[in-house]
Design a protein around this ligand. Structure first.
Ligand code: SF4
Length: 228
């Protein structure tokens, strides 16, 4: 059983695989409480306990059935949240079962034993490591050992940072030091207006530092609508 916030079919809206047909399985619950610009994160409904009643305890059979509905589109499976790795033991069956690319969108703070759960080696880790603009204390948001483990064992991984005008590149450099992975920076913004406000700055930030720019096309197109 997993606390599921939502399952939906869409196109990946951000990061390395932006635009790819994907089934999103969003779990409820997160070990961090980010506050960007003193506002809750854009997945607040899968984080805050206030919304807990909307997370449906769902059996693996039911999750698989839901995923099967979209088989004809040959989508990737994207496990997101909240923080999906909180439930990595329960998710393992899904990882073994799904026939296609799997991406886990994670804050990269939850340790996994890749020897005991070897199929996680076939997974792509989209590591959205939190910066100081999340207002989460450093010791909670940065687990260098966990990041290194994901990088060592995963099929592929990449970094995805939420950037705003206050972001100092030294932060990103410190986190990514000695880790040779693609870095994607995306503008802070939980709605289209905010995204637009930050996009130009982040575009220049990426050019200046040699990073990849990632837009958030679901926000760009659908504003703050859920399930897209
Ligand atoms: S880690 Fe992600 S899901 Fe959790 S509070 Fe931060 S932004 Fe939201």
């Amino acid at each position: 059983m997993l606390p599921i916030s939502e399952i939906f079919y869409s196109l990946q809206g951000e990061g390395k695989y932006c635009g790819a047909p994907s089934i999103f399985v969003r779990v409820g619950g997160c070990n961090l409480r980010c506050k960007f610009n003193n506002k809750r994160c854009d997945s607040y409904f899968a984080v805050e306990s206030y919304y807990k009643n909307s997370w449906k305890k769902t059996s693996m059979d039911k999750i698989k059935k839901e995923i099967r509905k979209y088989k004809k589109y040959h989508p990737s499976l994207v496990l997101t949240g909240g923080e999906p790795m909180l439930y990595y033991k329960n998710l393992y069956e899904l990882i073994k079962w799904f026939d296609g690319d799997i991406t886990i969108e994670t804050n990269a703070t939850v340790d996994v034993d890749f020897e005991k759960y070897p199929d996680f080696k076939n997974v792509i880790f989209a590591m959205s490591v939190k910066l100081s603009n999340s207002k989460v204390p450093y010791h909670k948001r940065i687990k260098k050992d966990v990041i290194k483990k994901y990088v060592k064992y995963a099929k592929k991984s990449f970094f995805k940072f939420v950037v705003d005008k206050k972001t100092d590149n030294k932060e990103i450099k410190k986190i990514t030091k000695n880790i040779n992975l693609p870095i994607y920076c995306m503008p802070l913004g939980e709605n289209e207006k905010e995204l637009k406000k930050n996009a130009k700055y982040v575009f220049s930030f990426c050019m200046k530092n040699g990073y990849n720019y990632s837009d958030r096309i679901h926000i760009r197109i659908f504003d703050d609508k859920r399930g897209v």
